[in-house]
Design a protein around this ligand. Structure first.
Ligand SMILES: Cc1cc2nc3c(=O)[nH]c(=O)nc-3n(C[C@H](O)[C@H](O)[C@H](O)COP(=O)(O)OP(=O)(O)OC[C@H]3O[C@@H](n4cnc5c(N)ncnc54)[C@H](O)[C@@H]3O)c2cc1C
Length: 414
């Protein structure tokens, strides 16, 4: 599949990911095939992290919600996620400013920062048990660069009054024992077990009477007044609004020229000696196009991911897996030599991105009762939270000028 194309809408979890991530499998409990056609305020198609966040939020707003998935809930891309909940966006502030100007770029960064804060507050308020930990992030200068490569980014973030400070080579080495020309250390990010997070949210929603439906949404028909969703088993769901949270499996009528699907690889080591882990277990990622990302887990494993390439069919992804995982081990050994690099888990998955690093959230053009929430890129989960709040507001008729920054039909930057 070439960039700018989309996964077929019949793509299953098996097409999205392979191998085994370290997250304990959820049960998908509570999702049952409907015995009759249903009516609701909002029908959400897709029960990964995005659909679960939307369901929790809309039910908190008092709406009558149906959450639908055709496979085991939270076991699509969500189960493959390394769940680094970063507020820093795949596109640096310098790059985003180049695309959209300073004001709009800063707005996106600020929204992302408050999305992680919002998610942190939500997990605490609901008491979700999902290995959630607030973390700092360490944004490293690329391996082959001089320290000044990261200074323009730091300067712009300071101008934007975003939190964080610069570490030069000596400070980085002295604090983190990492050999890179420089880094930006920022508070405000977090990590979690993505499966436990998504299933926990769906459980909360179910307790608020959200109906969890096992079904394959096949036909979508929207009028000015309502949306009709035809399930493969013949039942119909009639809703005031529909939210598409189908991950990287987009229905044919949702398309964006900004979108491309990428494959990414990840591995988790066995539990390390805690004394061998880096300071504060910060989330680590690199500046640059083909970056690597690292985090730890509550049981002391190191997760490393990267090696991204344009998506290809699963067989080819499997063929590449051994080489990719070996490259991740080598990268881990180079960056953090005291780690034991034996892989206990190794997996890969489809990772959707947009040309500008911002998600696609909002009404589907020409279908105002259908909203789409595709939380793309390395900030998938952060943007899923943002999507849940935006869509909640939009369904309530609340508008904000910045909503257009994420519109599905926004102009492709030059
Ligand atoms: C290896 C890897 C590492 C990643 N690391 C990070 C990270 O560190 N931080 C981060 O924030 N993000 C990360 N991501 C991205 C993140 O995982 C995704 O953005 C996020 O999981 C997307 O969730 P979702 O709910 O939108 O999609 P999914 O989890 O794919 O859920 C979509 C659901 O929709 C269902 N569905 C689809 N079509 C239909 C239909 N017609 N009818 C009924 N159900 C349907 C599917 O069965 C599926 O369960 C990573 C992704 C990968 C692959």
């Amino acid at each position: 599949m070439a960039p700018d194309q989309h996964l077929d809408q019949d793509a299953s979890h098996g097409d999205l990911r392979e191998g085994r991530p370290p997250w304990p499998a959820g049960t998908g409990e509570g999702f049952v095939a409907p015995r009759e056609s249903l009516t609701c305020d909002v029908a959400i198609v897709g029960a990964g992290i995005t659909g679960s966040l939307v369901a929790e939020h809309l039910s908190a707003r008092g709406l009558d919600v149906v959450l639908i998935d055709r496979e085991q809930a939270s076991h699509g891309s969500t189960a493959a996620s390394t769940a680094m909940l970063l507020w820093e966006i795949d596109r640096s502030l310098v790059e985003l400013t180049g695309l959209y100007g300073f004001e709009r770029a800063v707005r996106a960064y600020r929204l992302s920062l408050s999305a992680v804060a919002g998610l942190t507050g939500l997990v605490g308020a609901l008491g979700l048990s999902c290995s959630f930990q607030p973390r700092s992030s360490l944004y490293l200068a690329p391996g082959d660069s001089q320290s000044h490569d990261i200074l323009p980014e730091f300067a712009l973030r300071r101008r934007a009054e975003l939190p964080g400070h610069h570490l030069d080579f000596a400070a980085l080495h002295g604090t983190f024992e990492i050999d890179r020309a420089g880094a930006i250390l920022s508070p405000g990010s977090a990590e979690a077990d993505p499966v436990a997070l998504a299933t926990g949210l769906a459980d909360v929603a179910a307790k608020r009477r959200v109906r969890l439906v096992s079904g394959d949404a096949r036909d979508f028909d929207a009028t000015d007044r309502e949306v009709h969703i035809g399930l493969a088993d013949g039942h119909e769901i009639k809703a005031g609004h529909m939210v598409l949270a189908t991950g990287y499996v987009m229905p044919d009528f949702v398309r964006s020229g900004l979108h491309q699907v990428t494959s990414t690889w990840a591995m988790a080591t066995g539990p390390q000696d805690p004394a061998r882990l880096w300071r504060d277990r910060a989330l680590i990622w690199e500046a640059g196009e083909a970056y690597h990302y690292l985090r730890t887990t509550t049981d002391g494993r190191i997760i490393i991911g990267g090696g991204d390439e344009p998506f290809d069919e699963q067989d080819q992804r499997l063929d590449k897996a051994a080489l990719k995982h070996e490259a991740l081990r080598a990268m881990l050994a180079a960056l953090w030599p005291r780690a034991s690099t034996e892989a206990a888990y190794a997996w890969s998955g489809a990772f959707g991105e947009t040309g500008d690093g911002l998600p696609l959230i909002g009404p589907v053009p020409g279908r105002r009762r259908i909203f789409a929430a595709y939380g793309y890129g390395g900030n998938g989960i952060t943007f899923s939270f943002l999507a849940s709040r935006m869509i909640g507001a939009m369904i309530a008729g609340e508008t904000a000028a910045w909503h257009d920054d994420f519109a599905l039909d926004r102009d492709k930057p030059g």
